[in-house]
Design a protein around this ligand. Structure first.
Ligand code: 2NL
Length: 368
């Protein structure tokens, strides 16, 4: 058997090793010599070939290879043949190394260009434009209200949403036993603070801080424990206005609210006041304005009445002024409050104000 022979004959052993190498190397040789074939290799198969080639190098040139064993035998062959055997071994080693290196280089070059191709980007491609949002309709209307009052000389005040009973009720002359104080109507935190049920709280703070005279509006979120329905949401937006100075009367209140509504809904808008009751104002009045849709003739928006009910108002109760550190003998003032979301609902003809708080872009997109 050839194996038996090669056991005895070191030269045959080297030849057998060379033959085994050539057989296994054929696929790499094809790759190295035929660039079209190499070009067809995708990145992951080229990487697999590269690993297979590294294995082949270890097997045929490594410490445990047949060639390494033959090299160890050089010293043991007959001195007369040692020179030529040594040369023979070295020649084979050099051939094999050369072939492997050529294939390695070809694979490496191919991998480099394949990786570069994968990472290439077309810098001339147009960018993806980020989708631009827009203001929420409540914000749009709030800003319009703010602009109108700023132009009338009012400041815009902001405050906290969690309040003590003092600011939410006591300072507003709301009696101890008033139903609004009950936990059925107001949200309380576990340590007894109230989520403000109107933004009057902001105005009390501002009066304490700044004293009189003062002109301001306080827009913001308020919270009431209402069961949600098409016209109620437990969180909604309100704007309150306050004007305190010497000699302020109901006439100033009516003139201011009427002017605001004319700027909001058009010059033809008519405002009317109806007597009402609030603990924090005396006298108190609710106000309506002529329907912006039908001009008073009657339509779906005004429920055929020609009028739209908007908010409450009145002359600030002396107890409220006093409680906020303002002398009611020297100063008087008017105040009013209205719901921003209710106004948005009317202006856009919404049949359910809860749509404003669901943050469904399909709905909100309409207000771009
Ligand atoms: C309504 C009624 C109103 C006020 C709010 C107010 C504020 C202070 C003092 C006195 Cl600091 N009053 N605010 C007055 C009357 C009515 O709101 O229907 N809001 C939606």
């Amino acid at each position: 058997m050839a194996d038996d022979q090669s056991q005895q004959n070191p030269k045959l052993q080297v030849e057998a090793a060379r033959k085994a190498f050539e057989q296994e190397f054929e696929r790499f040789a094809n790759l190295a010599e035929n660039s079209a074939m190499l070009g067809k290799l995708d990145l992951s198969s080229a990487e697999a070939e590269q690993r297979a080639l590294a294995d082949a190098r270890t097997r045929h040139l490594g410490k445990k290879s047949a060639l390494a064993a033959a090299k160890k035998m050089i010293g043991r062959v007959d001195p007369s043949e040692r020179g030529s055997f040594g040369q023979f071994v070295q020649q084979n080693e050099a051939d094999i190394t050369g072939k492997i290196e050529t294939a390695e280089q070809a694979l490496k070059a191919h991998l480099e260009s394949a990786r570069t191709a994968r990472e290439a980007i077309d810098v001339t491609l147009p960018g993806r434009r980020p989708r631009r949002g827009h203001l929420h309709p409540i914000t749009v209307v709030r800003e319009r209200i703010e602009d109108i009052f700023v132009s009338l000389g009012y400041a815009i005040e902001d405050g906290r949403e969690i309040e003590t009973d003092f600011y939410n009720f006591d300072a507003l002359n709301i009696p101890e036993n008033h139903p609004a104080r009950a936990s059925q109507d107001t949200f309380y935190t576990s340590d007894g603070y109230a989520l403000r049920s109107q933004t009057s709280t902001v105005q009390i703070h501002a009066m304490q801080r700044r004293g009189a005279p003062v002109r301001m509006i306080a827009p913001g979120r308020v919270f009431r424990r209402d069961t949600p329905d098409p016209t109620h949401n437990p969180m909604f937006f309100q704007v309150e206005g306050l004007c305190v100075d010497r000699g302020i009367s109901m006439a100033h209140l009516k003139g201011t609210v009427a002017e605001f509504l004319r700027r909001m809904f058009g010059e033809q808008t008519v405002t009317r006041f109806r007597p009402s009751y609030f603990p924090f104002t005396e006298p108190s009045a609710e106000f309506d304005f002529s329907c912006f849709k039908c001009g008073g003739a009657g339509c779906r928006i005004c429920k055929n009445s020609g009028w739209i009910e908007l908010g409450g108002s009145g002359m600030v109760h002396p107890n409220v002024l006093r409680g906020a550190g303002v002398d009611p003998e020297e100063f008087s003032g008017f105040a009013f409050g209205l719901g921003i979301d209710r106004m948005v609902g009317l202006m856009y003809g919404l049949d359910d104000i809860r749509l404003l708080f669901e943050n469904d872009v399909r709905f909100l997109q309409q207000f771009d």
